[in-house]
Design a protein around this ligand. Structure first.
Ligand SMILES: Cc1cc2nc3c(=O)[nH]c(=O)nc-3n(C[C@H](O)[C@H](O)[C@H](O)COP(=O)(O)OP(=O)(O)OC[C@H]3O[C@@H](n4cnc5c(N)ncnc54)[C@H](O)[C@@H]3O)c2cc1C
Length: 385
C-alpha cells in the first residue's frame, strides 16, 4: 500500500495550488457578488489543461489518470469550489458522454470545451424527479436523420452560461433506464429557452431550468447508442462524485488551516485560543474526519485507475465529503467569533457553496442507497424480500 503521490503529481499539486492562490482565491467573493460565470477564468483553466483532464490526448485532453485529476480538483477547491464544479463535475460528466459520441460531436463540443472556449452543462433533473432520475419525461423522437427533443430540465448548473448542454431524454419511454439516451444540444438551438434561479450559494454557476420545445438536432449529436445514456451517466457519476467530494474537502481543509492560524493569534483570558482544548479538539476532530474521507477519495480514484469496482466508495465519499466539509466550515466560522459571520472572511460563502454540493450529483440518501446495493447485493434490497 502506497500513500504517496508520484513526483509528477506533487509538482502538479504545487503548480495548481500556486495558480489557485494567485488567480482563483482573490476573486472568490467578487464572483459571488457578480453572479456571472467568468469566461476569462474558464479560458485560463483550459489553457492549463484543468478542464476534463482525463479525456484522451487525441480528443484534445491530457489523458490524466483519475488520481491526478483528483489532486487538481482538491487544489482548486481550496480557492473556489464553484469553478471546480464547472471543470471537474459538469465538464467531466459532459466529457464522459461526448467520448461515446460521433467525431462531429467531439469536434463541435468536446475539443472546444477542453480548450476553455465552450462552457458545458449537464441536464438530467426534471421538475418532478431528481433522485429518481429514471422517471424523467423529456423525450427525443427520431425524425429521419434528426431528433426532436421536448421537455423541461431543472436545477441545471451553468444553465445561464452554457454554450451547449448534454441532455438526457427518453428515446423509448416504456423501457425505463434502458430507454434513456444522451444528446449534445447547442445552447442557441431554436426552441431552447432558459430561466434562472436565485440560489443560496454557488451564485457564479447561475443554475436554472431549460425548456425544450421540439428542439431539432442531427443524429450525429446523439452520444452513444440509443438506450445507453443512463449507463454512461452512472459511470460518469462514479468519478464526478469523488471530484465533488475533493472540491469540498479542499475548501474545508483550507478553512481548517486558516482557523489554526487565527486561533494561534487571537487571545482570550490572556491566552491564545489555540491553547484551549475546547478549541483545539474541535479543530482536530474536523481535521481527522476530513483526512479520512480524503484517503477514501483517493482510494476510489486509484481503484478506477486500476479498472476495479469503485461505485461503493464513490457513493460513500459523495455523502461524507460535502457533509463533513459543511460541518468543518461551520465550526471554523464559529471559531472566528463575530468576524467569521461577516463577508470579510470566506467561511459564510464556503458554507453556502459547499452545502449545495450535498444535493448536486445525488443527495446523501441516494448515495447510501447506491452503497447499500453494493454492500448487501441488489437482490436483497428488492421489495418483499
Ligand atoms: C447546487 C446544485 C447543482 C445542481 N446541478 C445539477 C446539474 O447540473 N444538472 C442536473 O441535472 N441536476 C442538477 N442538480 C439537481 C440535483 O441533481 C437534484 O436536486 C438531486 O438529484 C435531488 O433531486 P430533487 O431535487 O428532485 O429531490 P427529490 O428527488 O425530490 O428528493 C427530495 C428529498 O427526498 C430524499 N429522497 C428521495 N428519494 C429517497 C429515498 N428513496 N430514500 C430516502 N430519501 C429519499 C432526497 O435525498 C432529498 O433529500 C443540482 C442541484 C443543486 C442543489
Amino acid at each position: 500500500m502506497d500513500f504517496g503521490f508520484s513526483p509528477e503529481q506533487k509538482t502538479l499539486a504545487q503548480a495548481v495550488t500556486r495558480f489557485v492562490e494567485r488567480e482563483l482565491l482573490p476573486g472568490y467573493h467578487q464572483r459571488d457578488k457578480e453572479k456571472t460565470f467568468p469566461r476569462d477564468v474558464w479560458k485560463k483553466l483550459g489553457e492549463l489543461g484543468l478542464i476534463g483532464m482525463g479525456a484522451p490526448v487525441e480528443d484534445g485532453g491530457h489523458g490524466a489518470d483519475c488520481v491526478t485529476e483528483g489532486i487538481a480538483a482538491e487544489a482548486v477547491g481550496r480557492g473556489d469550489p464553484n469553478i471546480g464544479v464547472a471543470a471537474f463535475a459538469a465538464a467531466e460528466l459532459c466529457a464522459q458522454a461526448l467520448l461515446a459520441g460521433s467525431g462531429q460531436a467531439k469536434s463541435d463540443f468536446l475539443a472546444p470545451m477542453l480548450r476553455g472556449d465552450k462552457v458545458p452543462a449537464i441536464a438530467v433533473t426534471e421538475p418532478h424527479c431528481g433522485t429518481d432520475a429514471v422517471a424523467m419525461r423529456a423525450k427525443a423522437v427520431r425524425k429521419g436523420e434528426r431528433y426532436l427533443l421536448s421537455g423541461e430540465k431543472s436545477g441545471i448548473t451553468l444553465a445561464k452560461a452554457a454554450d451547449f448542454f448534454v441532455i438526457f431524454a427518453k428515446t423509448d419511454p416504456a423501457a425505463g433506464a434502458a430507454g434513456v439516451s444522451a444528446f449534445a444540444v447547442p445552447g442557441d438551438s431554436p426552441g431552447l429557452t432558459r430561466q434562472f434561479y436565485e440560489d443560496m450559494g454557488s451564485k457564479t454557476l447561475c443554475r436554472g431550468s431549460i425548456f425544450l420545445d421540439d428542439v431539432e438536432i442531427p443524429e450525429a449529436y446523439r452520444l452513444g447508442k440509443e438506450g445507453k445514456g443512463f449507463r454512461t451517466l452512472m459511470k460518469g457519476f462514479d468519478v464526478s462524485r469523488v471530484y465533488l467530494a475533493l472540491l469540498c474537502l479542499g475548501a474545508a481543509v483550507k478553512s481548517v488551516e486558516e482557523t489554526i492560524e487565527y486561533t494561534k493569534g487571537r487571545l482570550a483570558f490572556q491566552k491564545p485560543l489555540a491553547q484551549f482544548e475546547g478549541v483545539s479538539f474541535t479543530v482536530v476532530e474536523h481535521a481527522a474526519m476530513l483526512e479520512a474521507v480524503r484517503l477514501l477519495c483517493y482510494k476510489a480514484l486509484s481503484l478506477r485507475d486500476h479498472g476495479l469496482p469503485h461505485t461503493k466508495e464513490a457513493a460513500m465519499v459523495k455523502w461524507m465529503g460535502p457533509r463533513f466539509s459543511v460541518d468543518a466550515i461551520r465550526d471554523c466560522l464559529l471559531l472566528h467569533g463575530h468576524y467569521g459571520y461577516t463577508q470579510e472572511y470566506r467561511f459564510e460563502q464556503r458554507l453556502r457553496d459547499v452545502m449545495g454540493l450535498e444535493i448536486a450529483d445525488g443527495t446523501a440518501q441516494i448515495c447510501k442507497i447506491v452503497a447499500a446495493r453494493e454492500l448487501f447485493g441488489r437482490e436483497w434490497l428488492k421489495e418483499g424480500k
